[in-house]
Design a protein around this ligand. Structure first.
Ligand SMILES: NC(=O)c1ccc[n+]([C@@H]2O[C@H](COP(=O)([O-])OP(=O)(O)OC[C@H]3O[C@@H](n4cnc5c(N)ncnc54)[C@H](OP(=O)(O)O)[C@@H]3O)[C@@H](O)[C@H]2O)c1
Length: 267
């Protein structure tokens, strides 16, 4: 039996991964909402509480995991959220929350588990947003890029043989999209000047939640990566993610012109 730590285990990608890996392995599963604990009832699952928007909860999570296992084979950092809207209307506290959840939380938890991860793997659920070409979700893009940069450096530095992989899904059909509309409603309401863009964001999010790639495609990719002795440092999931990786190498000036043109045409 291998030992896994999976954050964000109560919804979307994290939930699907927890269901898959707990069939034949032991999973420490991160949750922030006690009302969802019923989903984590299994002999092979040890739930642990962590809310990255409350950084003081991270040390308790590390203690809970470390006192219940000698070794972790794979840590999968899944928990994440989206802070979106016109940058000029996003409050500094929301910008901080984006980085607390998507970057600092994942990094602090990983740091606390390093001794147990010796010779193991860290798989981060980054995003095609890490390629950084999407306006109106720039906090999210910046957080995913920051996550990738920090962990890539950790991969180069660490002497414990810990392999680090960034998985960059494109649009996946999960509740992330409707949550993002709810969580960003204040910014959206305040963005009268950007009504067209906000309306488009909302419409697109609702479409993505239904039409995105099935979550099983992400699970499939991660299971494959987890089984490799020498995985690559980065993997795309979905044709949109591959396209973003290609487009992102174009000169910024050229890219900005195309994006500006597209944004102008939004209705
Ligand atoms: N869906 C996509 O199209 C897509 C594409 C690329 C990358 N991703 C990334 O994939 C990861 C999983 O997202 P998903 O699509 O599966 O969305 P999801 O269904 O909303 O799952 C996100 C998970 O993160 C947890 N979470 C959110 N805020 C947290 C916090 N403050 N502290 C601890 N946990 C927190 C959520 O807890 P609750 O269950 O309590 O809400 C949930 O379990 C995220 O990192 C996301 O950025 C998603």
């Amino acid at each position: 039996m291998k030992s896994y730590v999976i954050t964000g285990a109560t919804s979307g990608i994290g939930k699907a991964l927890t269901e898959y890996f707990s069939k034949e392995n032991f999973v420490f599963a991160g949750y922030r909402d006690e009302t969802k604990l019923d989903d984590l009832q299994s002999d092979n699952i040890h739930p642990f509480y962590v809310d990255y928007a409350k950084p003081e909860t991270i040390s308790g999570a590390i203690g809970e995991i470390c006192s219940n296992t000698e070794k972790i084979d794979t840590l999968i950092n899944v928990a994440g959220c989206v802070v979106a809207g016109a940058l000029e209307n996003i409050s500094p506290s929301e910008l901080r929350r984006q980085f607390d959840v998507n970057v600092f939380g994942a990094f602090e938890l990983s740091q606390g588990l390093i001794q147990k991860l010796s010779g193991g793997k860290i798989i981060n659920i980054s995003s095609m947003a890490s390629y950084g070409i999407f306006p109106f979700i720039s906090p999210y893009c910046a957080s995913k890029r920051a996550l990738d940069i920090l962990f890539n450096s950790f991969a180069l530095e660490n002497k414990k043989g810990i392999k680090v992989v960034s998985v960059k899904p494109g649009v996946i059909a999960t509740p992330l999209w409707s949550k993002s509309i709810k969580e960003n409603s204040a910014t959206i309401e305040n963005s009268v000047e950007y009504k067209n863009e906000s309306d488009y964001l909302k419409k697109n999010a609702l479409k993505n939640e239904i039409k995105g790639l099935n979550v099983g495609k992400v699970v499939e990719k991660i299971v494959k990566i987890d089984g490799l002795q020498n995985p690559k440092s980065s993997y795309c999931v979905g044709i949109d993610s591959v396209a973003a990786s290609i487009i992102s190498v174009m000169p910024q000036e050229f890219l900005n012109k195309i994006i500006k043109y597209k944004v102008k045409k939004l209705k």
